[in-house]
Design a binder for this molecule. Structure first.
Ligand code: NI
Length: 188
């Protein structure tokens, strides 16, 4: 089932999400729906807050990046209760986008390498190191669980220039071909 994606400005995107346990109701169905929603909107990652669930869960399939970033090959994963436990000092800049901020891309600086501890969909614990585009997508999704979106990480001057555009997104004043929830939608 395709779920509506919450747009920028919605309070759920500012909340720190809660951990879940393996009694979470219909978790596998939720994970399937999140992948379906992500593929439908041509995203490479989707975090639960973006479908209005404030829980620590995100899904990633970075394989569309494989042509330019070989490390993205077969990188399809579910992350539950993740914790990034180490960041490299070295950083790089990449132009990010987000399903909650349609029709917008901005350069974001992030650490190149991370170590993450998480549970997979079977609640098996993993500790893994990632770099390149995989580390990038993971950090973007992880931010959603911490109540952040990528525009919170662009330079303040730049963010100021984006103010009107961001307001437009929250009001639904944007061209998008997947279903969304706009927090400040105006009646016309
Ligand atoms: Ni996002």
């Amino acid at each position: 089932m395709i779920l509506p994606v919450v747009a920028y400005g919605h309070p759920v995107l500012k909340r720190v999400a809660e951990e879940i346990d393996n009694n979470y109701p219909e978790l596998q169905k939720l994970i399937d729906d999140m992948f379906e929603t992500m593929y439908h909107s041509e995203g490479v990652g989707l975090a639960a807050p973006q479908i209005n669930k404030s829980i620590r869960l995100f899904v990633i399939d970075a394989s569309p990046f494989v042509e330019n970033y070989p490390e993205a090959k077969d990188f399809k994963k579910v992350f539950i209760n993740p914790e990034i436990i180490e960041y490299s000092e070295e950083c790089w800049t990449f132009r990010e986008g987000c399903l909650s901020l349609p029709d917008m891309n901005e350069d974001v600086v992030r650490p190149s390498k991370i170590t993450i501890n998480y549970l997979d969909e079977n609640f098996i614990e993993h500790e893994e190191e990632y770099d390149g585009i995989c580390a990038r997508v993971i950090q973007h999704e992880y931010d959603h669980l911490e109540g952040k979106v990528y525009v919170d990480r662009v330079a303040p001057m730049r963010k100021m220039l984006l103010k009107n555009k961001l307001r437009g997104i929250s009001e639904g004043n944007v061209d998008v071909d997947y279903k969304m929830i706009f927090p400040n939608k105006r009646r016309r």
